[in-house]
Write a protein that binds this ligand. Structure first.
Ligand code: ADP
Ligand code: MG
Length: 385
């Protein structure tokens, strides 16, 4: 059982988060709903989370004074993005309860460490090789081609990765990626992609959201669907067990999302993990009675973790900045028409300017069954253009 000093934190305490993007914003909303004050550290004066938080420490992630200030105002601190410098979390942890811990975050920051952890937990990942030197590049086995070359660190939304057909393309891609440490993965024949969000408390208790089916476009999540019949039961069970093992193996505290590939032969392969709530779990705000952000708050404050119950079939559509330019000129998408659809839940992140590929918000459709949710989601797509 947990022996975190000061836990549980009573409402009225202040919860802090490193990073002020949309994930931080939804964390802040969830924390405030439970009666907590919030503090966000982010260098951007107009960060989505900073705009809605009680405190906004406007500083860089390694800024000593900023980190000191955050630790002063916040009773416990989490992170909303995996690339927060691990040393910042280590420093904060000397003064405050920090979850997830720097060690766990640093595993998720590095594809090599991440894959080693998956393997240690007995969860298979794509065949791969580390490429840090020209010698390792030359030694890549033929069996890994065609493949995907990914930077070991700092990749997201399909950035920092290149598909390579052969050795010539591989060498060119590594040059393009500035010869930073990379992982070459075999290109797998995907049937689908799924993910699991798990929350683990400091006492080791775990709960999870139902398995999510994800569709990516150009490397960015586009659609998530969750509900009966979306993912076959045996596969879902296997994904949940693997995710729990991965969290347990890290002695993880907080919300963790693990992404998987389902191969055409029906087998399950782990792709990557995120040490925080995940885009594919956003549907839980509207389709389940406990959201991934409330789970994040509960793990941080040391509150009991209630197992979320999905009450509606859910389809989430990401709203990328491209939608603001769909008609050629910049426009505001037709929100009123979209909101006229039954079960439409609009979330906009308060970002001042739209850019192609930028995550501006998401839209979740909830319904009593899959057919209804799909019908309204398709109508929304028609309206959004
Ligand atoms: P990111 O950190 O950008 O999300 P991912 O490793 O998850 O990077 O890759 C993004 C997407 O690219 C995946 O969701 C999947 O659609 C595709 N992809 C990545 N690796 C492979 C692979 N080894 N085989 C087939 N498709 C892949
Ligand atoms: Mg991914």
């Amino acid at each position: 059982t947990s022996s975190v000093p000061g836990h549980p934190l009573a409402p009225g305490a202040t919860l802090g988060v490193m990073g002020g993007g949309q994930l931080g914003r939804m964390f802040v909303h969830a924390a405030q709903r439970l009666g907590y004050a919030t503090a966000v550290l982010d260098p951007d004066e107009a960060s989505p989370a900073g705009l809605v938080s009680h405190h906004h420490v406007q500083a860089g992630y390694l800024d000593e004074a900023g980190l000191h200030r955050l630790a002063q105002v916040a009773d416990a601190i989490t992170t909303e993005f995996e690339n927060v410098p691990a040393e910042a979390l280590t420093g904060l942890a000397e003064r405050r309860f920090v979850a997830p811990a720097a060690d766990a975050v640093s595993v998720a920051q590095d594809r090599t460490k991440e894959k080693a952890h998956f393997t240690r937990c007995g969860v298979p990942c794509a065949p791969n090789a580390l490429i840090e030197t020209p010698g390792q590049l030359a030694d890549v086995p033929d069996a890994l081609l065609p493949g995907v070359l990914k930077t070991a660190r700092l990749g997201y939304d399909g950035k920092g990765q290149v598909r390579v057909a052969d050795r010539a393309a591989l060498a060119k891609a590594w040059d393009e990626l500035k010869r930073v440490p990379c992982v070459l993965e075999k290109l797998l024949p995907l049937a689908s992609e799924i993910s699991v969000v798990v929350a683990r408390g400091a006492d080791g208790a775990m709960v999870h959201l139902p398995v999510q089916k994800n569709l990516h476009r150009a490397g960015i999540l586009a659609v998530t669907e969750v509900g009966e019949g979306v993912v076959p039961g045996a596969l879902a069970q296997q994904a949940i067990e693997s995710t729990r093992a991965i969290a347990q193996g890290l002695d993880y505290v907080g919300v963790l999302c693990v992404e998987f590939f389902v191969l055409q032969d029906g087998s399950l392969v782990v792709n990557e993990m995120a040490p925080r709530p995940h885009n594919s779990g956003h549907w839980s705000m509207d389709g389940a009675d406990v959201s991934q952000f409330e789970l994040q708050v509960r793990t941080l404050a040391g509150l009991p973790l209630a197992a979320p119950r999905q009450h509606s079939h859910a389809i989430m559509l990401n709203l990328l900045g491209d939608l603001w330019f769909a008609s050629g000129a910049e426009r505001t998408p037709p929100w009123a028409d979209v909101l006229a659809l039954p079960g439409a839940h609009l979330h906009l992140y308060g970002k001042a300017s739209a850019r192609p590929g930028r995550k501006m918000g998401h839209l979740t459709f909830t319904a009593a069954d899959a057919a209804q949710a799909r019908t309204t989601a398709l109508r929304a797509c028609g309206l959004l253009g």
